[in-house]
Each structure stands twice: as structure tokens, then as C-alpha cells.
Write a protein that binds this ligand. Structure first.
Ligand SMILES: Nc1nc2c(ncn2[C@@H]2O[C@H](COP(=O)(O)OP(=O)(O)O)[C@@H](O)[C@H]2O)c(=O)[nH]1
Ligand SMILES: [Mg+2]
Length: 365
């Protein structure tokens, strides 16, 4: 998942390591290199081609072994001797620039990328560097903390919230057409059933032809009840009926679908506000697809403005996506990503775990 971003993050680690190593080796080598070059060219005519080739091989072999061991031992020794890692502001300039470009290319929102950069810069140049042994470790922990800070914004325990809320708990799903709202409702209904909660589906998508049939198919397959009205009906009324049905039948959770609103359609956004007013849902979950990147981030903001969201579900995380939406949505809206959709099956939904995501992004392989 999010392989492109993962590669770019490890590029930052390499950049910083390279720029700090060059600095450390620059002074001794600058002095030695011209002298040894001159020696080699003096000796070449006498030793003959074969000897020179052998010497070159030997030098190469030496360099290979020293490349493996020396820099980190050397760095560590130097770090212990001076009590700090040798990272200066100018060492970070280029790597941070590259990191910013990498984040933006991966569809990370601008303000989120800036927050990550500030946080990385601060922890790499700050006091904490004194406790860290190697540049690699320093980069790793700086990136880890910077990413986790933006990704984990607003996290809460969804299951606990369901457990503690008065029943029925009403959850309304918003988002544009085709991102996976209806599928996510079916998946969540199953997720809730696995944890002992009953649910009823209410089809507030009265706009699109075929919407009733589609959600009916899921309801039948899962053995859930479905509340629906004819196409063109009032979505708020359908979900309201769903709540009454749940109250009368002792059902724990109402899962209310809505039409795939274009965030640019004022009329449809007004309907969302009406649902909010009439039904007063316990939770509104915004659904979008991870593959939508920056578009998903922008839509999250706009839907949150129309009908305040409590959290988000990012679908299609199984498809190849940049990771920008997963990193940006929570920071930009202040509301957490709660679930990831990871396929088309009913079981293909997992709780979003910021720490696990950060670890997988920084995992070196
Ligand atoms: N690969 C993948 N496909 C998904 C996922 N979630 C939904 N889909 C597919 O996306 C398409 C649109 O889903 P639907 O629930 O109808 O979207 P809606 O218009 O927002 O209700 C369907 O073909 C779903 O099977 C997911 O997590 N992964
Ligand atoms: Mg739908």
C-alpha cells in the first residue's frame, strides 16, 4: 500500500545520509585525492598495465569493504566524541526540498507537507539529536513523529463510541458518486454484526436510478432489513423512517446512505444539510477513495463545511494510490480517518491505524 510514497520517504533518508557523509569525508579526501592521483599516474608507465589493473582492483575491493563498515562506525565514534550528530541546517536544505517535492507529488496537501517539513527540521536540528546514534535513526524518528502527528489527528475508538452511545446510533454516509459509500455501508453492517451489533440500512439515495436495487442486493445478501422510498423522495424522510424502524425493532445502528453529491451542487448539498437538521445523526462519515488523492482532500473539506463530518472512510486503498489522501484528510479536516476499504468483499474493511501506517511507510525493504 502507498508504495510510491514509501520509496520517496526512503529517498529522504538516503539524501540526508549522503549529504552528511559528504561533509564528513570532504576535508580528508580533498587533501589526499590530488596527491594519490599524481602518484598513480607517475607509477603507471613503470608498473605496466597488468599491475595497474590489479592495483585498481585491490583499491576497489578495499573501498567496498570500507563502504560497508566505516562510515557508520566513523559517524558513531564522532557522534560519541562530540556528543551529537553532525547535521547542520545546510545539510538538510536539499533533502528537505526533495522531501517537499516528493510529498507534493504524492498528493499530500500543501499545508500538511509544510507541517511535516517544519516538524522534521525542528526535530533534526533540535536538542534531541544528542541522544541519537546514527543519521539514519535520526531521520527515521523525525519522519515517524512528523507523519504520525498529522495522520493521527482526531483519532477516537469507533467501536467504543458505538458501545457507549444511546441506541439506535444513526450514522449517515456522505461523499461523491462512485467512491464506495453503499459498499462501505454493507461492509460496516457486517463489521458491526461481527461485534454483536444489529443494523438496518436506510437508502437516502433517492436521486439515482437503480440505487434502491443496488442496496437491496447487499441487504438481501447480508440478511439485513432495508428502509427505502421511491426514487425522487425526500432522503431525510427515509433516514428518519430508518431511525423509527430501529427504535421499534430494537436495532442498534441505522446506516443511512445518501446520493452521490457533487460537492459543487448547491441543491444536493442543501439536502445534506436538511438530513443533518431532521435526523440529527450521531455520526456523519465522509467516504472517498484513496486513489482520488488531492481531490479527496478538497472534497473532505467541502463536505465537512456542508454537514460537519465526524470521520472519514478511505476506500480502494487496495488499488495503487499515492498515499496523499491518507496522510492529509485528518489534518485538513481535523477529523480522523476511521476505516480503510481494501477490496470489494464484505470483509475488506479495516480500522485505520495511524501508527501501523507510519511504520509501514518507513519500513525499509
Ligand atoms: N477495489 C475496491 N473497490 C471498491 C472498494 N469500495 C468500493 N469499491 C467499488 O467501487 C464501486 C462503487 O461503489 P459504490 O458503493 O456503488 O459507490 P457509491 O456510489 O459511493 O455508493 C463498486 O464497484 C465497488 O465494488 C474498495 O475498498 N476497493
Ligand atoms: Mg451508492
Amino acid at each position: 500500500m502507498f508504495d510510491g510514497l514509501k520509496d520517496k520517504l526512503s529517498g529522504f533518508r538516503e539524501d540526508v545520509e549522503a549529504s552528511t557523509e559528504v561533509d564528513e569525508e570532504a576535508s580528508p579526501e580533498e587533501g589526499a585525492a590530488p596527491g594519490s592521483d599524481a602518484d598513480a599516474s607517475d607509477e603507471a608507465p613503470e608498473g605496466g598495465a597488468a599491475a595497474t589493473a590489479a592495483e585498481a582492483d585491490a583499491v576497489e575491493a578495499d573501498e567496498t569493504t570500507s563502504d560497508d563498515d566505516e562510515p557508520s562506525t566513523f559517524q558513531r565514534a564522532k557522534a560519541f566524541a562530540t556528543g551529537r550528530i553532525i547535521i547542520e541546517e545546510e545539510d538538510l536544505e536539499e533533502p528537505l526540498w526533495n522531501l517537499e517535492m516528493a510529498l507534493l507529488e504524492s498528493d499530500v496537501e500543501m499545508s500538511v507537507a509544510e507541517q511535516i517539513l517544519d516538524s522534521v527540521r525542528e526535530s533534526m536540528l533540535g536538542e534531541s539529536r544528542k541522544q541519537v546514534e546514527t543519521t539514519g535513526e535520526l531521520v527515521e524518528s523525525a519522519l515517524h513523529d512528523a507523519l504520525l502527528d498529522v495522520i493521527a489527528v482526531g483519532q477516537f475508538d469507533f467501536e467504543q463510541r458505538i458501545a457507549e452511545a444511546d441506541k439506535p446510533v444513526t450514522i449517515v454516509f456522505t461523499g461523491v458518486n462512485g467512491v464506495g459509500k453503499t459498499t462501505s455501508i454493507a461492509k460496516l453492517s457486517e463489521w458491526l454484526a461481527d461485534r454483536g451489533y444489529s443494523s438496518v440500512l436506510a437508502n437516502g439515495d433517492t436521486y439515482r436510478a437503480g440505487a434502491n436495487e443496488q442496496i437491496r442486493e447487499h441487504a438481501d445478501r447480508l440478511g439485513r432489513d432495508l428502509i427505502s422510498h421511491d426514487q425522487g423522495g425526500d432522503p431525510a424522510a427515509v433516514i428518519y423512517d430508518g431511525v423509527e424502524y430501529a427504535e421499534a425493532n430494537d436495532i442498534d445502528v441505522v446506516l443511512g446512505d445518501t446520493a452521490g453529491r457533487l460537492h459543487t451542487s448547491d441543491d444536493l448539498m442543501a439536502q445534506l444539510e436538511k438530513i443533518d437538521r431532521v435526523v440529527d445523526p450521531d455520526m456523519t462519515l465522509f467516504v472517498d477513495e484513496a486513489v482520488a488523492g488531492q481531490d479527496a482532500v478538497n472534497r473532505a473539506k467541502e463536505f465537512d463545511d456542508a454537514a460537519a463530518i465526524d470521520g472519514a472512510i478511505l476506500t480502494k486503498a487496495d488499488a495503487d494510490s499515492s498515499g496523499g489522501a491518507a496522510i492529509s484528510v485528518a489534518y485538513v479536516t481535523g477529523k480522523p480517518i476511521l476505516f480503510l476499504g481494501t477490496g470489494q468483499g464484505y470483509d475488506d474493511i479495516t480500522r485505520f491505524d495511524p501508527e501501523a501506517l507510519v511504520e509501514s511507510l518507513l519500513d525499509e525493504e
